[in-house]
Design a protein around this ligand. Structure first.
Ligand SMILES: NC(=O)c1ccc[n+]([C@@H]2O[C@H](COP(=O)([O-])OP(=O)(O)OC[C@H]3O[C@@H](n4cnc5c(N)ncnc54)[C@H](O)[C@@H]3O)[C@@H](O)[C@H]2O)c1
Length: 455
């Protein structure tokens, strides 16, 4: 089938390359001309595992094309996916200007019936408004607007496109279903059919629920630190209950990225407009917002008085992506920048010279070694495999003071302590880490979690 994808960002590129891999003939359009020029050379402007190879395969197989002319995309295909950004306005409301601008132009350009499938995350009722607008602009052609929210995770986006848990499709005209089935024919996942408004709501509900799980365990982490409990044990105990499940129950520096915060703000805005109170969502966001400040205070309280240098390991909001949008590390940097410390940072995908206003106060390095040499404190912010695999016994020799706060609870506690670090995890009182004989949290075989007395 011939398909156009409008907006070649994280979602649009994965959608375009994935659909081409399924055998469709796909054209991707973006307003950003340099991005299209890069894509035409077979290069991906963003990092996503396997994406560049998939783009190259699509181009070589003559199933994937790129254009910076919207009319070319509109004339190419009867089916268009809309994947432009919907960032938050200062009020929290989703900015739909790109969605409406593109839909408006498509309605003006179209010379035949078109199906517009909205993949961008949009507030409930947007599909109704877009369809009405398009039909008013060009009454001679039927325009059908479908909601098909995207659930990919950056860092495994292509995998998630090809093997999703489910495909949600919201339409108010059941006659469109066979065409949609045809598009996703090669994907072994159930299609959940529903009305358009419910499909739009599913995306917000899913993201806000996942963010709430993270904030919940982070709230428990703060409590555990005060009450001398261990949040990882609490998480293990809770997550083993099948009704709760283990995912998104890892305490740390909080969530970020281009979706969770933006979608929570948009949901709060929608709720305000509808006159429905959503105090849970407000509390969830407030809990998340407090974490970077709390961790910075903890770091400062543990730093030696004469300390001058602090190192941040990891900047992206999660591993496997180069995306810095709303990353908690940027909040940490802005808190730390108020103090007279020299900040150095290393991230495998954020290179020296990366233009970002929040990175001005940080010297980016190209290796872990460079970042930690002579430092007096290390704060790990992104769970990159490189940090887990590093030889911390050797690296310990490079630092001036061994304070290490693991903001993702991802390194091996015993190894870090053996290496000589004052190693701190989130959700545990640091003094509890001191190794004492008969520590009830250690088993005789050295494995944590099983009290020795129970063996
Ligand atoms: N990134 C994710 O993990 C993810 C997951 C699920 C859903 N979403 C949603 O998908 C949408 C897109 O997100 P993204 O992360 O891909 O954003 P993005 O910023 O990476 O990509 C958006 C693209 O749209 C282009 N664009 C903007 N205005 C345009 C216009 N008028 N015409 C053509 N192109 C235009 C931009 O140049 C950019 O390349 C958002 O609504 C987002 O909430 C994102």
């Amino acid at each position: 089938m011939k398909i156009a994808v409008i907006g070649a960002g994280y979602v649009g590129l994965v959608q375009a390359a994935g659909l081409a891999q399924l055998g469709h003939e796909v054209i991707a359009y973006d307003i950003h001309q340099r991005r299209i020029a890069t894509l035409k050379k077979g290069l991906s402007p963003i990092y996503e595992p396997g994406l560049e190879e998939c783009i190259k395969r699509g181009i070589e197989g003559k199933r994937l094309f790129f254009t910076d002319r919207l009319e070319e995309a509109v004339f190419f295909a009867p089916v268009l996916f809309l994947t432009v950004g919907t960032p938050a306005k200062s009020t929290g409301e989703a900015d739909l200007s790109a969605v409406f601008a593109v839909a408006h132009q498509i309605a003006l350009l179209a010379e035949e019936e078109k199906m517009l499938i909205i993949k961008s995350t949009v507030p409930v009722g947007t599909g109704d408004k877009v369809e009405k607008m398009m039909r008013e602009i060009s009454p001679s052609f039927p325009f059908h607007v479908v909601s098909n929210p995207e659930f990919l995770r950056q860092g495994s986006a292509l995998h998630d496109f090809l093997l999703p848990d489910r495909i949600v499709i919201g339409l108010d005209d059941g006659g469109l279903a066979p065409l949609l089935q045809e598009i996703y024919k090669g994907i072994p996942a159930p299609i959940l059919w529903m009305d358009r408004r419910s499909a739009e709501m599913v995306k917000y509900a899913a993201n806000v629920f996942l963010a709430t799980k993270i904030s919940f365990i982070n709230m428990m982490a703060e409590l555990c630190e005060s009450l001398s409990a261990d949040v990882e044990m609490v998480s293990l105990g809770m997550g083993s209950d099948r009704r709760i499940g283990p995912h998104f129950l890892k305490a740390g520096i909080g969530f970020g990225g281009s979706c969770f915060p933006k979608d929570a703000f948009a949901l709060m805005h929608m709720a305000r407009e509808a006159g429905v109170p959503v105090p849970m969502v407000e509390a969830m966001m407030e809990t998340n917002d407090r974490i970077p400040d709390r961790i910075v205070h903890r770091l400062l309280s543990l730093l030696p008085i004469k300390a001058r240098r602090i190192t941040l390991l990891g900047l992206t909001f999660k591993p496997g992506t180069d995306d810095l949008r709303d990353s908690p590390s940027l909040k940490v940097i802005s808190h730390l920048a108020k103090y007279p410390y020299t900040l150095r940072a290393y991230d495998p995908l954020v290179k020296e010279g990366t233009p970002h206003p929040a990175l001005h106060s940080v010297a980016l390095t190209s290796t872990i070694q460079e970042a930690i040499e002579g430092t007096e404190a290390i704060l790990l912010l992104t769970e990159w495999p490189e940090f887990k695999e590093a030889d911390w016994i050797r690296l310990r020799r490079l630092v001036s003071h061994p304070l290490f706060i693991d903001g993702r609870n991802c390194l091996d506690e015993e190894k870090m302590k053996k290496a000589g670090f004052q190693y701190i995890r989130i959700g545990k009182k640091p003094t509890l880490f001191l190794k004492t004989e008969g520590d009830p949290r250690e088993s005789t075989d050295g494995k944590r979690g099983v009290p020795a007395s129970r063996k």
